[in-house]
Design a protein around this ligand. Structure first.
Ligand SMILES: O=C1O[C@H](COP(=O)(O)O)[C@@H](O)[C@H](O)[C@H]1O
Length: 250
């Protein structure tokens, strides 16, 4: 079962970030109250680190038992650990290095300095295996409590690009991406199948350059026009926007 998209507009990017951070803290606390731990999927890009910086500055951040949060990435640029263009590096600077996470629950996507070297397909398989190991019997990936997704001006989410053949990979939770239209060209991404296994899916979008992508995605465009439109949460699908990103909505 999936939930219909709901749009929430905040006046500015900072308000969007701060309000979404408050929402995230509450969702993680609620998940932990229900089952002791939480699975959180992070995103890169402009909003991916903005929301984490807002969590870092929040007086409520320590309401979360961070040692019981599993951290995953919706996608990663295939670059060595610590590279400033890696989503993980940006997310670490914004929040992750300042909170008491359990390193065993931080599920980094291997880069070219990892055990598979520059074999991105093997790195994606390794990440898929890690997802499967954390999943229930017969499942490809865990059920994520919160899935954070940025959206590109072209309608991409994670590293699933509209019209790109690699967005159609099925039967596995993570896949390599070659010739990404946005640099760097080589990436690892969760597939649509894995992205569909989230209770709460939140698109975080700011800026007028995203307004058209938001409009067509919320309207339910096909995969040739919007990858974002193909992803919905089981309980909740929220489009969390600033006023500029919402400017083409009717
Ligand atoms: O390359 C990426 O881009 C998207 C969107 O980034 P933005 O800067 O346009 O907001 C991001 O969600 C994805 O994780 C990242 O790898």
């Amino acid at each position: 079962m999936t939930s219909a998209p709901v749009v929430l507009v905040h006046a500015t990017k900072q308000l969007l970030s701060d309000a979404s951070a408050a929402r995230l803290v509450t969702a993680l606390v609620d998940a932990q109250a229900a089952k002791g731990q939480a699975h959180l999927v992070l995103t890169g890009g402009s909003m991916g680190s903005a929301i984490l910086a807002s969590v870092a500055a929040s007086g409520a951040r320590d309401a979360v038992d961070w040692s019981q949060v599993h951290v995953w990435w919706g996608d990663e640029r295939f670059l060595p650990a610590g590279d400033p263009e890696r989503n993980e590096t940006q997310n670490r600077e914004a929040l992750l290095d300042a909170i008491p996470l359990d390193p065993a629950k931080v599920h980094s996507v291997p880069g070219p300095d990892g055990p598979d070297g520059d074999d991105v397909a093997a790195a994606a398989r390794r990440y898929a295996d890690e997802l499967a190991a954390a999943a229930g019997a017969g499942e490809e990936s865990p059920v994520f409590d919160v899935l954070l997704l940025g959206v590109g001006p072209d309608g991409h989410v994670a590293s699933l690009f509209p019209g790109h053949p690699d967005q159609l990979v099925a039967g596995v939770a993570a896949a390599p991406v070659h010739d990404s239209p946005k640099p760097p060209p080589t990436r690892v991404t969760l597939t649509f199948e894995a992205l569909a296994r989230a209770e709460r899916t939140w698109f975080l979008v700011a800026g007028a350059d995203k307004a058209h992508a938001v409009k067509v995605s919320v309207a339910g465009a096909g995969p040739e026009e919007s990858s974002a439109a193909q992803v919905k949460g089981r309980q909740e699908t929220l489009w969390l926007l600033d006023a500029d990103a919402a400017s083409e909505l009717g």
